[in-house]
Design a protein around this ligand. Structure first.
Ligand code: GAR
Length: 224
């Protein structure tokens, strides 16, 4: 892939999207953010992307219904796929994209679609990860960038960051600590993928040996 064209898919505020846009704006970044797509027209991230000069549009998932009125996921994914193809997209980054994708779509983009999840996978798949981490009393929490496979929040792990869970943490405080690390590892993982250095072998991501220290990040608790 020579300087891949990247689409960022969002559903909300788009702070991870902004971390990718800002990283990709740096000279020499090995990929180009070509467009931002939200499944929600009201997503704040759309205006943020436009303000940063990135073409941004909504494909409103609520407009896709079958004759009985039920959500038609396949029809939404077909329009999403056609949009990505029209934009000549090489790589898709899910950044707070809160819509399940169909297995057909996921398989088509497998190896070319990555996601950020606010937990140390395979722990705490799904929603409300910070609340659940606190309820389980884990002492370390974090975030994961992984390749997307048809099963939700499963897929070869590219990079993770761990943060301490501190006495008196609320979901909001813990979530903010994790989010700060999301903004560090997502651009770093995207760089690895753009450079073709995150190879999937037997469902596990391998990078060159000298890079190994670079794809796990542990944030120590505050001193004292
Ligand atoms: C982020 O914390 C991201 O990890 C999470 O949603 C948030 C989006 O925030 N994603 C998921 O939970 C996906 N399962 P952002 O819009 O500010 O990037």
């Amino acid at each position: 892939m020579s300087r891949p064209r990247i689409a960022v898919l969002i559903s909300g505020r788009g702070s991870n999207m902004m971390s990718l846009i800002e990283a990709a704006a740096a000279p020499g970044f090995p990929g180009e953010i070509a467009c931002v797509i939200s499944n929600r027209p009201e997503a704040h991230g759309l205006a943020r992307a436009q303000a940063a000069g990135i073409p941004a549009r909504a494909i409103d998932h609520t407009a896709f219904r079958d004759p009985s009125g039920k959500p038609d996921r396949a029809a939404f994914d077909a329009v999403l796929d056609a949009t990505l193809e029209a934009e000549q997209i090489d790589l898709v980054c899910l950044a707070g994209f809160m819509r399940l994708l169909t297995p057909g779509f996921t398989r088509k983009w497998q190896g070319r679609m990555i996601n950020i999840h606010p937990a140390l996978l395979p722990s705490f798949k799904g929603l409300h990860t910070h609340e659940r981490a606190l309820a389980e009393g884990v002492k370390i929490h974090g975030c994961t960038v992984h390749f997307v496979t048809p099963e939700m929040d499963v897929g070869p792990i590219i990079m993770q960051a761990a943060v301490p869970v501190l006495e008196g943490d609320t979901p909001e405080a813990l979530g903010a600590r994790v989010l700060a690390q999301e903004h560090v590892i997502y651009p770093a993982a995207l760089r690895l993928v753009c450079e073709g250095r995150a190879r999937i072998e037997d469902n596990v991501v391998r990078v060159d040996e000298f890079e190994l220290a670079g794809h796990a990040l542990v944030v120590p608790p505050p001193a004292g």
